[in-house]
Design a protein around this ligand. Sequence first.
Ligand code: TRP
Ligand code: ZN
Length: 506
Amino acid sequence: MKNKRSTRIFLACLLLTLTILACNQFVAEQKPPHDIATVPATDEASVTAMPEQPLEASAGSTGLGDSLYPDFGNGGYETTHYTLDMTINNISTSDLSAIVSIEANALQNLSSFNLDFVGFEINEITVNGESAEFERTESELTVYPSSAIAKDEAFTVIVQYAGSPEEMQSVALPVQTGWVTVDGGSFVMSEPDGSASFYPVNDHPLDKATYTFRVTVPVPLEVAANGVLTETINSGDTNTYIFEVRDPMASYLATINIDEFEIETSQSQTGVPIRDYYSSTLAEEYREPFARQPEMIDYFSEIFGPYPFEVYGSMLMDTEFGSALENQTLSIYGTDMIDLDNVEETELTVAHELSHQWFGDSVSVADWSDIWLNEGFATYSEGLWIEHTSGRESLDDWVKFIYSDVITYPEYYPAPGSPPADDLFNGGVYVRGGLLLHALRLEVGDENFFAILQTYFERYQGGNASTADFIAIAEEISAKDLSTFFDAWLFNEAIPSIPAMGLGVE
Ligand code: TRP
Ligand code: ZN
């Protein structure tokens, strides 16, 4: 592990050096003589003024360098705030008109920069109020500001567009990601690559930002989005909903959902307001598995650290899509995730999505190959909820049960530390990732284990963490060299044994 890590760092540095060299060369060779930024203005006033130094600017990169998805996101700038102003013109096709405003900071002198964006007709793009040229490929939008943007300069990009979102098949798992239009409404589930299907975005969890949603829908439809609903404006036959996300959010967690809803509110003892959205066509019994969310928030707050956002809630669409997703402050579920005959089992899914608010949403992956930091933690949180409600023996039974499944069907559970790009959410990152945490708990003891979780959350909340960051904290708190342990649990083809429980021992 130590060796592998330093090799990787060395390679990364080497790559970075080569890229910088290549970029400099590019600037030197390719600087077009007609570049507006480099040509001093010719009107009277500026001729007498000091000639401005031309800005050596270059294109921001078309990806953020993710090890699995190098094209995701873009380089050269970082976003701070998105305002999505959308009007839904036709609910059955999701035809919409949008004005998206992005506030960003330049990380280099930029002659152009990219956004990730798929579909729609773009009417206009401005940068700092000036109309900008742009170019598009399938998922990359390149913006050429009329004058170069200087490093460290704050700038505002406004993109005006219209049309219906295109259906997008994820590259990472066999589901439609992004904006999904259904009978009478629509919902959004984007992990990891669907956000570009409805707004122009720097689509990688490394570039978190705050958001404002301003969505107008025809009466009687309603909007459920992330964050706090601050205003509803009725204008006769339309309603406008304004939501504020004041904590940084990874782009894949942005969600706008449209339907007729029934809203149920509650509060955790620790004071977290909860608003759950249920499609109004759903029977009331669908609400039962969500009833213990306040208690779950309090329990997880106690063992992980205080709930990290202003509000929480779940949204149940009256559609089957075979999954649930932990959108920030508003997890979403298809009806087929709810087993009305087994509320306790369904509660595990509810606990899973809730725990992602700490692990995944507040502490986000630095690279998509770190996905076990989301799914392993959320899976083990199911076990922690079992322990909390039914005792340690029940947790042990659950551990034995899922361990035996890994042994019986190893092909479904690859090593969690190196997931393949086309099967990111495989059984290994969930179950072997969760079992890793239980094995770590047995290795370092309860006190160290929970101190590790709390320190990890405290240190990286609102930001990003890598597997190496987690290992460093585990070693720091336990004062143990855990390199052999993590190497085996993350990368061994076969799952390691848990001798203390007699699991995997011949
Ligand atoms: N993160 C989800 C979970 O809680 C799984 C997931 C990943 C997903 N991508 C998705 C669900 C896209 C729905 C759509 O396990
Ligand atoms: Zn999950």
